[in-house]
Ligand binder design. Structure first.
Ligand SMILES: [Zn+2]
Length: 199
């Protein structure tokens, strides 16, 4: 048998969510018992638990599980990390890319761990500003680097499909620490993430 990933959901939470989502559908003017909607509360209950699974995950633990001693003092940049989150004000998605850089101080982590840290904090109800700082702090606390920088560019559905209905606005947030407080280091990072070396 090939690879099989089993998804697990908290039974009690799922049951409670199903009942509440049924109620929500009816309050919105729908008929929660019609054929197309019968299983929707259950699907939604599972989708929302998936999208908020970060509450049960520990970013520091993930980095510490793959921490290697290495004498590198060059900037390490992981750019274009896909990101999907939910805004805590409207529970509508915001999505985009995270760019992360750090200058090690004797310790590095696996590149995939950096991407997983983004998911840990993105899979919660969030504001983009806090998400940016939380990612930075997790790297700072676990690797104690000489500097760390995080830039996130995202589109917010709560702005695009409701409210001001601005389809093309991208929100950019950033957080810098240590060496990245210096202009030269920060500029190098920003230059690296804005150039496309694959062309
Ligand atoms: Zn919002």
């Amino acid at each position: 048998m090939g690879y099989k990933k089993k998804e697990q959901y908290d039974e009690k939470a799922t049951e409670g969510l199903i009942g509440n989502y049924k109620h929500v559908l009816d309050l919105l003017g729908e008929d929660s018992s019609r054929e197309g909607l019968v299983k929707t509360p259950e699907r939604l209950a599972k989708a929302m638990q998936f999208c908020t699974q970060g509450y049960n995950q520990d970013a520091n633990k993930i980095i510490n599980s793959a921490k290697f001693h290495e004498n590198i003092s060059e900037m390490i940049v992981v750019k274009d990390i896909e990101l999907y989150s939910l805004c805590e004000h409207h529970i509508l998605p915001f999505f985009g890319k995270a760019h992360i850089a750090y200058i090690p101080n004797g310790w590095i982590t696996g590149l995939s761990k950096i991407a997983r840290v983004v998911d840990v904090f993105a899979r919660r109800l969030q504001v983009q500003e806090r998400l940016t700082v939380q990612i930075m702090n997790a790297i700072k606390e676990t690797l104690n680097p000489i500097g760390v920088g995080v830039v996130i560019e995202a589109k917010h559905l709560c702005m695009m499909m409701r409210g001001v209905q601005k389809q093309n606005s991208v929100t950019t947030t950033s957080a810098f620490d240590g060496e990245f407080m210096k202009n030269a280091t920060r500029s190098e990072f920003l230059k690296l993430i804005s150039t496309d070396l694959s062309r």
